[in-house]
Design a protein around this ligand. Structure first.
Ligand code: GDP
Ligand code: IMO
Ligand code: MG
Length: 427
């Protein structure tokens, strides 16, 4: 059985956690393959919310093996706290496997992330300040520390001493900060975190490949989203990993032919946290309505998300970049009270109409959305469990999104709860 990939198709927080949880029922292994604790994935079970940052959202099922793949950057303390939180709430995390090749987020990464943002001033990216960019930068510069280094104190200390010398010089000379102590970091990582994480660190690629070879289900859970992708997103207002479906291959150690289903998660509208272009961004009363009805505040950072209308131009691009085979449209219920709804079907800039994403980003900063208006349904959908119970205007809206995107809408979210999902079209 080939693998299934879940990705965000917009700017994050589309409901990847919820869909991953739902699909995990049929899976053996669920893998997080990129990003780090910049992610916040919410799963709501019987009214109880679980906010996950590093563990895959399938962890709530005792039948699955949760995996943190080589493409993830892991802050050990955050991971241990998350495991403790789940254990206290009756979730068994003992099956967790962490790839030995996953890189570690170190204290200097978090400090440098915050300092760089401050240095950028009004040009700041609005990162989560979790050290994600600096950790991936060190990975690319080949000076990162990996999960497997926690199992070899000598190597860990050797690498730390080398890298910290440079980081401390930057902290002191560029930012006028106090140096960090190698002894203190080594004590925390090797004496506190390593003994607890050691039983989990191992051969994640071997496990994923063996599961696929046995014909069992593997689900690959993306973090962030298409337009935060390091290569394909609205650079520099992006995260530092590949969030498109291709990232699932490199970040989990599988080949493209081992994936046969790519589920793109899309809100019925759009939100974005942090800075960067956003063609359909709403302002004023409309923005307040979407934020309040959608509870659009960051799962971990608490930041208010910027809302706007559904953007089909971006969606078509996202579908192509990841060969998305179907869409799950979430938060339809947030639109329940609207008289009319708008969907951006093209852009207009400099007297030209764009049906697809302009390749030059300066154009994206200038475009005016071309909207089609559709009637709202003005009735609650949150109790709906079957397609034939959806108001006709909602069916029309979803069919319109599906036609615009060029792929079927298979799932529709009508509330945060695990079971608040409607099967809409066949894959
Ligand atoms: P993720 O980062 O993609 O996993 O998404 P988040 O968990 O950060 O944000 C999605 C938010 O919307 C969470 O609070 C979810 O509980 C909630 N949510 C997910 N699906 C739905 C839905 O269909 N309707 C409503 N009202 N809320 C939803
Ligand atoms: P999930 O997985 C929404 C955004 C930040 C910032 C940019 C870079 O929950 O959808 P970073 O800390 O990664 O260097 O920040 O990316 N960002 C997210 N926005 N959802 C997320 O994750 C995000 N992770 C990062 O707000 O604009
Ligand atoms: Mg989130």
């Amino acid at each position: 059985m080939p693998a299934t990939v879940v990705i965000g198709t917009q700017w994050g927080d589309e409901g990847k956690g919820k869909l991953t949880d739902l699909l995990s029922r049929e899976m053996q292994v669920v893998v997080r393959y990129q990003g780090g604790h910049n992610a916040g994935h919410t799963v709501v079970v019987d009214g109880e919310a679980f906010a996950l940052q590093l563990l895959p959202s399938g962890v709530l099922y005792p039948s699955i093996t949760p995996v943190i793949g080589n493409g993830v950057v892991v802050e050990p303390k955050v991971l241990l706290d998350e495991m403790d939180m789940l254990t206290r709430r009756g979730i068994d995390c003992s099956r967790l496997v962490i790839s030995g090749s996953a890189h570690l987020v170190m204290p200097y990464h978090q400090e440098l992330d915050a300092l760089t943002e401050r240095h950028l001033g009004k040009n700041k990216l609005g990162t989560t300040k979790r050290g994600i960019g600096p950790a991936y930068a060190d990975k690319a510069a080949r000076i990162g520390l990996r999960a497997q280094d926690l199992l070899d104190a000598k190597i860990f200390r050797q690498k730390l001493d080398v890298v910290l010398k440079e980081k401390n010089a930057i902290l002191a000379k560029v930012y006028n900060r106090l140096p960090l102590s190698a002894d203190e970091i080594a004590q925390r990582y090797l004496d506190e975190y390593a003994p607890r994480l050691a039983p989990h660190i191992g051969d994640a690629v071997g496990l994923v490949q063996a599961t696929l070879a046995a014909g069992q289900g593997v689900l690959l859970e993306g973090a962030q989203a298409t337009f935060l992708d390091l290569d394909h997103g609205t650079y520099p207002f992006v995260t530092s990993s590949n969030t498109v479906a291709g990232g699932a291959c490199t970040g989990a150690g599988i080949g493209p032919r081992q994936v046969d289903r790519v589920i793109g998660i899309a809100k019925a509208y759009v939100t974005r946290v942090g800075a960067g272009p956003f063609p359909t961004e709403a302002t004023g009363e409309l923005a307040d309505m979407l934020v309040e009805r959608g509870h659009e505040y960051g799962t971990n950072t608490g930041r208010r998300r910027r809302p706007g209308w559904f953007d089909a131009v971006m969606m078509r691009h996202a579908v192509r970049l990841s060969s998305v085979s179907e869409l799950a449209v979430t938060k339809l219920d947030v639109l329940d009270t609207f008289e009319t709804l708008k969907v951006c079907v093209a852009y207009q800039a400099g007297g030209q109409r764009y049906e697809s994403l302009p390749w030059h980003q300066s154009v994206l900063h200038e475009v005016e959305p071309v909207y089609e208006e559709l009637p709202g349904w003005k009735t609650s959908t949150s109790e709906v469990t079957r397609r034939d119970q959806l108001p006709p205007q909602a069916v029309r809206y979803l069919e319109f999104l599906s036609r615009q995107a060029g792929v079927p809408v298979t799932f529709v979210g009508v509330g945060p709860g695990r079971d608040q999902v409607v099967r809409f079209q066949e894959p």
